[in-house]
Design a protein around this ligand. Structure first.
Ligand code: SF4
Ligand code: SF4
Length: 333
């Protein structure tokens, strides 16, 4: 059984489901986004965290891997965006050096921030650095109410998140007259699909604007994936089959063409290559390096090699294709 998956989830075969619907299996197109998971260290320990990050985790991407990723991006003109994630990517010792290197190649950088890390000691200048480099910030805020956020992400999280968002707004982020982009991410607080993205975005803008004067660009709604901590929670509540059945019952064939893995490659903290962050968590490696002596970034000369490669799928893929679909930039439809 793949790491993080449960026995029940094996009842749900994504590949067979596609075939039964007359839909072709998933293949890679030109890689446009490289998602780099810099490690598992995080100042938080959220219940839904699909990488099970936390303050006690010690996995940190080595410098040699960071440098090879920069070389690969340089050798891959199709790559437009580098998406930094973790853990809290801001805690990585090479974080600022990596951003400088990628920006000097003229590629866009997105940082996935939990916001609260910016209130930790030593992070006072980080927001300004990100603004100077023109880095896009995508920040988790699972609700606009204090009680819901604190319940999911820990006591005091909401207040610290608002403090950071206020600071980002002051630097120009999220303002209509600025190029600095600040997006927020919503994920449901339980075993249900997110509501319509546009409606939730409007509600967030009204609530955060009226109560705290917060401005942001877009809200991304993301489905909770039935893996790792969230899968454990489902299993404890005996809701795993119900949740998986709901994802399968709401399968939307129109989302399949848009799933993010077709144009994205995910790299773990050791440099191993995956079709997406979720496959990384499940240790379901990319098929590109099958049979090669190495399965990491040092196995490649360019990310263009991925074009046409079949994508590794599993039951968790129903999480990307349920309802309006889900990706690292929110709903697919
Ligand atoms: S802030 Fe993000 S990376 Fe950190 S524990 Fe929460 S979900 Fe995981
Ligand atoms: S989980 Fe989603 S992004 Fe990952 S391989 Fe499956 S469909 Fe693609």
């Amino acid at each position: 059984m793949a790491k993080g998956q449960t026995a029940l989830s094996h009842e749900f075969d994504f590949g067979s489901h596609l075939r039964a619907q007359g839909i072709k299996p998933l293949y890679k197109r030109t890689i446009e986004t490289v998602q780099v998971n810099l490690g598992r260290r995080c100042n938080q320990m959220c219940t839904h965290c699909h990488v099970a990050a936390g303050p006690d985790r010690r996995e940190v991407m080595p410098r040699a891997v960071v440098e090879q990723i920069v070389r690969l991006i340089e050798a891959s003109p199709g790559v437009k965006t580098v998406d930094l994630t973790g853990g809290a990517p801001e805690l990585h010792p090479e974080f600022t050096a990596l951003i400088r290197a990628v920006r000097s190649l003229g590629r866009k950088v997105i940082v996935r921030s939990n916001l609260t890390v910016h209130t930790e000691a030593g992070m006072e200048e980080m927001g300004e650095f990100l603004g100077t480099q023109g880095v896009e910030i995508t920040a988790s805020l699972p609700c606009y109410t204090e009680s819901n956020v604190d319940q999911q992400r820990g006591d005091g999280t909401f207040e610290r998140s608002i403090e950071t968002l206020t600071r980002f707004n002051r630097l120009g982020y999220g303002r209509p007259d600025s190029k600095l982009v600040l997006n927020l991410v919503y994920n449901p607080g339980g075993p249900f699909l997110p509501g319509p993205q546009a409606t939730l975005e409007q509600a967030y803008k009204e609530e955060l604007g009226n109560r705290y004067g917060i401005l942001f660009n877009h809200l991304y709604t993301i489905t909770n994936m039935p893996i790792n901590r969230f899968a454990e929670k489902l299993a404890q509540a005996d809701q795993e089959t119900t949740y998986m059945s709901m994802l399968v019952d709401t399968f939307n064939p129109k989302t399949v063409d848009e799933v993010m893995c077709k144009t994205l490659v995910s790299v773990d903290w050791q440099g191993k290559l995956y079709d997406c962050d979720f496959n990384q968590v499940l240790d379901l490696p990319s098929k590109l390096t099958e049979g090669r002596p190495r399965s990491d970034v040092f196995a490649l000369e360019s990310l263009a090699d991925f074009k046409g490669c079949p994508i590794s799928t599993g039951p968790h893929c129903f999480g990307c294709t349920a309802g309006a679909g889900s990706s690292c930039v929110g709903a697919l439809q």
